[in-house]
Design a protein around this ligand. Structure first.
Ligand SMILES: [Zn+2]
Length: 276
């Protein structure tokens, strides 16, 4: 499943290829993915003015001379969704469900083998109040996600810290791998009760979450062209994980054995000596 760093890489890769283009024609090869698709014929004649991301949603900002309020096409990639930009006449790929013809002769294609992706066409001013966004916490790389914010939301909580940093109402985009990695770097045991961690350690955890995600985004920067031009599959970047997936191997800090435990049905990896 594409995580926040992968979605951000896709956003950055698409931006120069689609912003400023007008949408000439849209072909939908099916009416629904996870949910029914919005009326994508309404995109024709609109121009793409910006390409943003919120949590794991791609936001295509649009403008049109005939519409009074601007719209944003919101797209979630689900498990296997991929966008590619290819010449308009390039052959339709396997599992390609949507084909958006652009004014420069290129086309934006959406492929999704498992069809868990979904989309909506919303008034741009109403995004924040929409059910998909209204309960989301801050972006992890924004200033709004800081030690004070995390400390306030952990106060009095008995839940394991790992569960809380993976809770999108506290902070978006910290998936299972990145949660394990950032807790290892911060020296915090993933099962520790969130309310029993000092504010200084939580502030350090905020910094390690930002660092782990920023490194993953940077690692993805070199693979952008694979994501959008060819058949590259979004997935976890070939990234050196310090703890994730290393059960039974030696801790990089103390050489004791990395353990795997299960929390909320997901694997956590940790060093019980380095993480308290
Ligand atoms: Zn260790």
């Amino acid at each position: 499943m594409p995580e926040l760093p992968e979605v951000e890489t896709i956003r950055a890769g698409l931006e120069p290829l689609i912003v400023g283009r007008e949408i000439k024609h849209v072909i939908c090869h099916r009416a629904n993915l996870r949910y029914p698709l919005p009326n994508l014929a309404a995109l024709v004649g609109q121009s793409v003015t910006g390409m943003r991301r919120r949590s794991k949603y791609l936001l295509f900002d649009l403008a049109s001379e005939r519409l009074e309020t601007s719209q944003t096409l919101v797209w979630h990639l689900g498990m296997t969704g991929q966008f590619h930009v290819l010449p308009h006449h390039a052959k339709t790929g396997t599992h390609e469900h949507v084909h958006v013809e652009l004014s420069d002769g290129q086309s934006l294609r959406y492929r999704d083998a498992r069809r868990f992706g979904y989309a909506g066409l919303l008034p741009s001013t109403q995004l924040e109040s929409h059910a998909w966004f209204s309960k989301l916490g801050p972006e992890p790389l924004s200033d709004a996600f800081n030690g004070e914010h995390l400390t306030a939301l952990c106060a009095g909580r008995k839940a394991p810290i790992k569960n809380l940093i993976m809770d999108a109402s506290i902070v978006v985009g910290v998936g299972n791998i990145y949660a394990s990695e950032s807790l290892f770097r911060a020296g915090i045991h993933p099962a520790r009760a969130a309310g029993r961690i000092s504010s200084a350690r939580l502030a350090l955890l905020v910094e390690t979450i930002k660092a782990v995600l920023a490194e993953a985004i940077e690692a993805g920067g070199s693979t952008i062209s694979d994501f959008v031009h060819a058949d590259g599959k979004p997935g976890y970047f070939a990234h050196q994980f310090q703890v994730y997936g290393r059960a039974g191997k030696k801790c990089l800090h103390c050489e004791r054995t990395i353990k795997r435990i299960t929390q909320a049905g997901r694997s956590s990896f940790l060093c019980s000596f380095c993480q308290r």
